[in-house]
Design a protein around this ligand. Structure first.
Ligand SMILES: [Zn+2]
Length: 184
């Protein structure tokens, strides 16, 4: 996701093409000239920017010509990204919770030399977290539903924004709620 300003800049620099999705089930890519032509036919529902002599439709979808600016392959180790990897599901009772009712659990507790890393930290609800305390999985008889590991980015991403900012995004975004941006 990027700002309209950045999308337009990339387009003018020739670093991106617009993906037009007006036609049923057909996609066309446009460079800046053909997009300007196309902007002539903008209808009032479309978001446009105007100059003195021209109007320019703000593209909703662009495709990059260069891939050096894609997100890095490695996913940052953060609380939120662990929740996302685990689809906001407690890895012990398997229920889904809101962020405020979630916590992180060290599968091997820290005081038993468990590391704070992708392969030892899982999403846990507060009651399960309290129940497991600083016991080993075998001692607590609580094992994470999935063996935790570092996720990698999918080529497609999903967003928690509903409804989507643009209808056309629905063609490219996985709307399956359980399928988050991070997968194994
Ligand atoms: Zn739980």
């Amino acid at each position: 996701m990027c700002s309209a300003r950045r999308a337009i800049t990339l387009l003018f620099l020739g670093h991106a093409h617009v993906v037009g999705t007006d036609e049923d089930d057909q996609y066309f890519t446009h460079d800046v000239e053909s997009w300007i032509d196309r902007s002539t036919f903008a209808n009032p529902e479309m978001t446009i920017v105007r100059s003195v002599s021209n109007q320019f439709r703000i593209p909703e979808i662009i495709v990059l010509s260069l891939f050096d600016r894609l997100p890095k392959k490695q996913v940052k180790f953060t609380r939120e990204n662990i929740y996302r990897r685990d689809a906001y599901r407690c890895q012990y009772c398997e229920n889904r919770f809101e962020t405020k009712d979630l916590n992180l659990d060290h599968v091997i507790p820290r005081d038993k030399k468990g590391r704070t890393s992708w392969d030892n930290v899982v999403t846990s609800c507060i009651p399960c977290n309290t129940r497991k305390a600083n016991k080993l999985p075998e001692q607590a008889h609580m094992f994470p539903r999935r063996q935790p590991k570092a996720p990698s980015w999918r080529p497609l991403f999903s967003t928690t924004q509903r409804p989507l900012p643009c209808v056309s995004w629905g063609h490219f975004i996985d709307l399956n709620e359980s399928d988050v941006a991070l997968t194994e």
